[in-house]
Design a binder for this molecule. Structure first.
Ligand code: NAD
Length: 491
């Protein structure tokens, strides 16, 4: 694999039946580097006809190929090798991811890419530990509950953590013996494209892993969600897209798993360890330019320590180094696209009206044509402001004071989202009460972003449907069959 991917304009085709293939209609669109505004690739604009081809390849691989018929051990050995190859090509993949997304190279190198390898390593081990159930009914009758693969799976992913979120679905999906079609986000197709070659090198049979590039509505994404041979859709993206997919998938009754938007609360009580809470609040708000579903994107601070926390945050936000994503010292890179930049800026304008912009929110044109924005910190804002209620998905942190726990819980639960939140307090009873009362898929106590791949991951309310991670992912990508054995007695 050549690291030239980061600097040359290349062609990104679909990957179907073990081959890179031009889209059937021959149409391509440009992939833009967020840090320069320049085109870095022309990308296959796949459509329904490409999804048809990929679905036929995936179906053939499932119905006649070796993949679902291999022993679990053999299949997982191949998937483990995919993880090894990701690590072997870490630098190439990290550069490709950073150039595609605008995220700091340190985050790709130390976070996204190693974690993508870990997805394969983890699920290839974990799937082997899965067992079937046996029920002895009486001396002559036994019922087995066994898990079978679904067939062809559709995987649809967003642009913020491209390889990590794709592999988080691909690894459990393939471990269970399915074949799949991945539709990566149109803005970030590079690492999914490189993954095709790595899959082949590892020995994943043709047709088991397919990639169709393109857009969502009325394009490749929608075609995947309506295809009759696709049995399930695992989707990560916006809540509104989840709604559209649920509607589109109804006519073919697909199994669905949705990881959707978030408006994570970070809560600092007056007894918290501020030495830990404040730097973590900065990371939670601005890591990956704030383009993380789990971001702590609104900060609740107890009134008695509000001024102190605000002043310390302000000092730290001013220190965040925004710059070229490929520079190792950069802490915040470029926003993914001009559209997203404008969306973030429009929320900063709302923040200026509804509160006080303490710092940032400025286009940093001195850094060039890229989508650079200084991290924004907003105070004196009411929790009812759209800045505190809606997902911005950018480097904007509103600070909201609260007096007491009861009022706080109500404020935290007031958004339609319920993905994650962090609670900073040393009072064990309060830790219990708040984690019980907040409607959220994940509650972190005195930490943020702590993840163990064995635990369930997903959102409550408008943040998701179902759970991925650990056995929940393996269960999603399979279905149960009950087989009842009755034996003749008396022989
Ligand atoms: P998006 O919903 O716009 O797009 C995600 C994917 O869906 C893309 O591949 C897109 O092409 C496709 N798509 C769009 N419309 C479609 C349709 N009608 N049918 C089928 N496919 C369609 O999301 P995005 O802007 O790429 O990503 C940002 C969003 O993702 C944020 O809301 C963020 O919170 C969410 N996200 C959630 C998690 C999580 O784990 N809960 C993780 C990362 C990102």
């Amino acid at each position: 694999m050549s690291s030239a991917v980061a600097t040359e304009i290349k062609t990104i085709d679909n990957f179907i039946q073990g081959q890179y293939k031009a889209p059937k209609k021959g149409e391509y669109f440009e992939d833009i580097d967020p840090a320069t505004g320049k085109a870095i690739a022309k990308v296959a604009n796949g459509g329904a006809e490409d999804i048809d081809e990929a679905a036929a390849a995936a179906k053939l691989a499932f119905e006649q190929g070796p993949w679902p018929r291999m022993s679990m051990q053999e299949r997982c050995a191949i998937l483990r090798k995919v993880g090894d190859l990701i690590l072997k090509n870490l630098e190439t993949l990290a550069i490709a991811e950073t150039v595609d997304t605008g995220k700091p190279i340190s985050e790709s190198r130390e976070g996204d890419i190693p974690r993508s390898a870990q997805n394969f390593h983890f699920f290839s081990d974990y799937a082997q530990a899965l067992n079937d159930d046996s029920y002895s009914v009486n001396a002559n009758e036994r019922h087995l509950a066994i898990r079978e693969p679904l067939g062809v799976a559709g995987l649809i992913t967003p642009w913020n953590l491209p390889l990590y979120l794709a592999t988080w679905k691909i690894a459990p999906c393939l471990a269970m013996g399915n074949s799949c079609i991945l539709k990566p986000a149109e803005w970030t197709p590079h690492t999914a494209n490189l993954l095709g070659a790595l899959m082949q090198e590892a020995g994943v049979p043709e047709g088991v892993f397919n990639v169709v590039n393109g857009f969502g509505a009325k394009s490749a994404g929608e075609a995947l969600t309506t295809h009759p041979d696709v049995r399930c859709i695992s989707f990560t993206g916006e809540t509104s897209t989840g709604r559209a997919i649920m509607g589109a998938a109804a006519s073919t009754l697909k199994k669905l798993s949705f990881e959707l938007g978030g408006k994570g609360a970070n809560i600092i009580f007056e007894d918290a360890d501020l030495q830990e809470a404040i730097p973590t609040a900065i990371r939670a708000a601005y890591r990956n330019q704030g383009e993380i579903c789990l971001a702590g994107s609104r900060l609740f601070v107890q009134e008695s320590i509000y001024n102190k926390v605000r002043d310390e945050l302000l000092e730290r936000v001013k220190q965040i180094r925004v710059g070229n994503p490929l520079d190792e010292k950069t802490q915040m890179g470029a926003i993914i696209s001009k559209e997203q930049l404008q969306k973030v800026q429009s929320y900063i304008e709302i923040g200026k009206n509804d509160g006080k912009l303490l710092f940032g929110g400025e286009r940093l044109t001195t850094l060039g044509e890229g989508n650079y924005l200084s991290p924004a910190l907003i105070s004196e804002i009411d929790n009812k402001s759209r800045v505190c209620q809606e997902e911005i998905f950018g480097p904007v942190l509103p600070l909201i004071p609260f007096k007491a726990e009861e009022e706080l819980v109500e404020m935290v639960n007031s958004t339609p989202y319920g993905l994650s939140c962090s609670v900073w307090t040393n009072d064990a009873n309060r830790q219990h009460r708040v984690s019980r009362d907040i409607k959220s898929g994940i509650v972190w106590i005195n930490c943020w972003f702590a993840r163990d791949l064995r635990t369930p991951f997903g959102g409550q309310k408008s943040s998701g449907v179902g759970r991925e991670g650990g056995r929940w992912a393996l269960e999603f990508f399979s279905e149960m069959k009950t087989i009842c054995f009755r034996y003749k007695s008396g022989q």
